[in-house]
Design a protein around this ligand. Structure first.
Ligand SMILES: [Zn+2]
Length: 143
């Protein structure tokens, strides 16, 4: 999915990276065809900076999308370990990024982070708590 990687590279122009000068962009495409871009946003308190992937996923979440609703993401750099955890939680089947040598790699989020940590079954939920889904079951399990 090099098209999303190209869009991510274009989005990277808007990165706020005054400290690292390393601009990163990411674009997610939802299963219903919408796209949300994100860039890295650094902060003088360095650990508070946010990666482009998380900014893009956050934009999709703000619009109401949830894990399983994102079909693909393109990034103009290899995702960091923290972002790989996010990509895994959001169950993104197609993650494409530009390698240092300029080629595009594509993996599933699960392939990018094998033997991934996840909440044990019955603890928490990524589903909205509408009283009918796993969220309600999770609440009952906690009681
Ligand atoms: Zn990251």
């Amino acid at each position: 999915m090099s098209e999303l990687v190209e869009k991510a590279a274009a989005a990277a122009a808007n990165a706020y990276a005054p400290y690292s000068k390393y601009n990163v962009g990411a674009v997610v495409r939802t299963t219903d065809g919408r796209e949300f871009a994100g860039v890295n946003v650094e902060n003088a308190a360095y650990p508070l900076g946010q990666c482009a992937e998380r900014t893009a996923i956050g934009a999709a979440a703000t619009a109401g999308y949830r894990p399983g609703d994102i079909a693909a993401i393109g990034i103009n750099a290899s995702p960091c370990g923290g972002c790989r955890q996010w990509l895994y939680e959001w169950r993104i089947p197609e993650v494409s990024f530009r390698r240092e040598d300029g080629t595009v790699a594509t993996y599933s989020a699960a392939d990018l982070l094998p033997d991934t940590w996840d909440l044990p079954a019955g603890v928490g939920s990524t589903e909205p708590d509408n009283g009918e889904g796993a969220g309600a079951d999770g609440a009952e399990a906690a009681q």
